[in-house]
Design a protein around this ligand. Sequence first.
Ligand SMILES: [Zn+2]
Ligand SMILES: [Zn+2]
Length: 115
Amino acid sequence: MDPVKSKTTAIKPPRIKGLNDVGRYAIGVQWADGHDSIFPLANLRRFCPCNECGGDDAAAGAQTQRLSQLSRLGESGVYLRWADGHETLYTTAQMRAACRCAFCAGEPERPLTGG
Ligand SMILES: [Zn+2]
Ligand SMILES: [Zn+2]
């Protein structure tokens, strides 16, 4: 075992296989490695990586968290356009890093129970 390689979270950007709406307030992403993610729109807006937002969560309110367009940019990125006109571009690596599911968050006290 090589201790340096024991943590293999970011070898290469994961690819997106599928993208879909989950109700009005979230989107679902199916990854090529078999993982599924659900992203609340509020989180995607809050974590918007653009310079304008700069990681601030200044954006608040219904318009800023409502999506008017959702597109895949090939297998390496996702484009979101918000109801207030703001545009967000996520690379798949950024998106995957934003996944807050029990598996990605790595919380041993919250195993996946399957509901
Ligand atoms: Zn932004
Ligand atoms: Zn996850």
